[in-house]
Design a binder for this molecule. Structure first.
Ligand SMILES: [Zn+2]
Ligand SMILES: [Zn+2]
Length: 360
């Protein structure tokens, strides 16, 4: 089978690997679509050493943690049926540690990811624990929409951490690979969502996804000034990982509200915590998502958009275009698509499709 293999920083090759087989509790998926995001771009640039120690697994390193596929082989002790289309959440947890027993499987002591420690979905076939899969059919989801399950699940986890509910005024910083999904997730809970981004096309998409207000920010502009008169907000979702949006969101919150950190801040940040103290703000971290809770909810959210997701993921690329047309544009901050999808079995680019033929 064809697979993407990362050999070192900036060195990703499309190679032939043996097709995996299903061990106990596992199924083999023929991947129908795999999404690419900023973490993949980071991994492509940094290579194996870019992974946290716990995620450094046995070679080869096959990326891809946002994927869907059709079950083509089932291992002992599984219940999925051959031919079913499933979304995979990519988070593997032990099921027995204290956090797992609380239902917070994303904080498992042994938490490891498909597409990092384990081989991921940027390959024609992938062996996955059945526990990471959710059948998509009951949610009215089909075709390429299934491959959007994991990023929507991340967004759902963030919105849940922020306890977003009807009547909330949500400030969303960044309408990209997480933010676009978060607009829909917050809007569907009845919140009034304000979206801030530097890209007018992304803001137009955010409006189609339910944003009540969009604010075009300028990279060197004064964000606090641009937000003045629009707030305050009861929840802020920070997806950019940049300092200025974090600072602006922190200052623009109502008393007693929540700041949810979805973007990865690689640098220490200076926040005036007297405001967090006197304002009784909740600062909430997020770690991936809880497969068993967030992924079904994400599929429900995806299925509720009658027109589908072609505006978020307009094209599906073959594996040999992965670097040039998906990873490099992301790594260099010039990607024109919110989500790039790859069909590892495909040989040519094709448009997004709601219905895909089930592989024979
Ligand atoms: Zn991702
Ligand atoms: Zn555990």
């Amino acid at each position: 089978m064809k697979a993407a293999v990362i050999h070192g920083p900036g060195d990703l090759r499309i190679e032939e690997l043996p097709r995996p087989s299903a061990g106990p509790g596992e199924v083999v998926l023929q991947v129908t679509g795999a999404g690419v995001c900023g973490s993949d771009a980071w991994l492509y640039r940094a290579g194996f050493d870019g992974l946290p120690a716990r995620e450094q697994g046995p070679a080869p390193l096959v990326p891809g943690h946002e994927f869907a596929g059709v079950v083509v082989e089932t291992g002992p002790g599984t219940t999925l049926e051959l031919g079913e289309l499933v979304a995979d959440g990519a988070g593997v947890s032990c099921g027995t540690c204290a956090r797992c027993r609380e239902g917070r499987t994303n904080l498992c002591e042994q938490y490891r990811t498909l597409g990092a420690y384990h081989r991921g979905g940027l390959a024609e076939f992938v062996a996955v624990p059945e526990a990471t899969c959710v059948r998509v059919a009951p949610f009215g989801v089909s075709g390429d929409d299934a491959a959007l399950g994991q990023p929507m699940s991340i967004a759902h986890h963030g919105v849940s951490r922020g306890r977003v509910a009807e009547g909330d005024r949500v400030l969303l910083m960044g309408a990209g690979g997480v933010g676009a999904f978060a607009v829909w997730a917050a809007h569907q809970r009845g919140a009034e969502v304000t979206v801030v981004d530097t890209d007018p096309e992304r803001l137009a998409l955010a409006e189609r996804l339910g944003a009540a207000t969009t604010i075009l920010s300028y990279p060197d502009g004064d964000l606090a000034e641009q937000l003045a008169g629009h707030g305050p907000w009861t929840v802020a979702l920070e997806t950019t990982g940049a300092d200025a949006p974090l600072q602006a969101a922190f200052r623009a919150l109502e008393r007693g509200s929540r700041l949810v950190l979805l973007g990865m801040h690689h640098e220490p940040r200076a926040l005036d915590l007297t405001w967090a103290t006197y304002g009784e703000l909740d600062l909430l971290g997020t770690q991936a998502h809880v497969c068993g809770v967030d992924l079904p909810a994400a599929l429900d959210l995806l299925g509720r958009r009658a027109e589908g997701w072609a505006d978020v993921a307009p094209v599906v690329l073959p594996l040999d275009r992965l670097v040039e047309d998906a990873l490099l544009p992301l790594a260099e901050g010039r990607s024109r698509r919110v989500k790039s999808l790859i069909d590892p079995s495909g040989s040519v680019e094709r448009p997004y499709r709601r219905d895909l033929p089930v592989p024979a």
